[in-house]
Design a protein around this ligand. Sequence first.
Ligand SMILES: [Zn+2]
Length: 373
Amino acid sequence: METLLTWHKNNHEKQLLGRYIHVDSILELLEKLPSEFEVKQCGFSVEKRPIHTVTIGTGKTKILLWSQMHGNESTTTKAVFDLFKAFQQVGENPLFETILSSCTLCVVPILNPDGAFAYTRINANEVDLNRDAQHRSQPESTLLWGIYKDFQPHFCFNLHGQRTIYGFEDTGKPSILSFLAPSADKSRSITLSRKRSMQVIAHIYNELMPYLPGNMGLYDDGFNLNCTGDTFQAGGVPTILFEAGHYPGDYDREITRQYVFMAIVAALENVSNPLPINEATYLAIPEHQKCYCDILFKNAVDGDVGIQFTEKLTRNGIEFIPELALKEETSSMFGHRVIDVSGIKIKKLLEEKLIGKPDIRHLNVDKGITITL
Ligand SMILES: [Zn+2]
């Protein structure tokens, strides 16, 4: 993993940076992929933006990966293009070669190009594609289903990004990566495919533990057949949900990106060469909670106040607009940034100077006191 991290730091796809990644960001990169990558424009979104698949590898284990099913979750897309770069430098790490000779990967880099363009979770018809697995009312959902049926994968990797609100109440640590082996039925039984998903996640967890101790968790495993992962898992194909989370201060998610890359490679390593791992490791991974905000003003005369950023696409790119954190999302609150404002009445001040304002660099808290955010 150490050599993988070093490789990533030097060689990641530097044409894709920041949070706003859409079809125009990746077209040139797709065109430049060498001939061992099969790039196919396989359909269109509601607003007629192209959706692509990239197929690579010669092995018998077939893995279907899709990213940006939620348009504003771009971190995993960056990691996918880092993976494409790795596969062009197989001499750099024997693992890259092993993966390509054992597996065939079919990757949908941006499944929801309209959402990616508008920087929204939903598609252009305002449908959450990850709740449309049964009805398949949207062209993007039909397309993914068609790819799944044609390709007949042995594994599915469902690549997402999570908000900054997740952490661990017990330890106060933020949730930087999280995973799920989705349930295949209401009783959340450990079916054969679910067990295999758990083993893959257990391997990722063990491999990344030295880098993210206490920062990896599990999503809630409540069963919902409208979710794509649950549908594929229920169909007997081991499916793994990856969620790229927030590393404190890394709003561009360039640090999380490297851990996502390592997690995908670790998963592919396990799929290529299954190691005997007990799913008990998975079952011991803690579930994360909604207990974090972006900035926590502590010890104010009128109580602690949490600020949550709302991400908004503007002419300047993605801006992070401060809003008051919702109480129901933050039972016991931790902050990615904590500012001590002892002796100051903070609430009115924040409402006047900070809430809803795009420029959050400086906040004059009181005469003579400026907080640089
Ligand atoms: Zn998502």
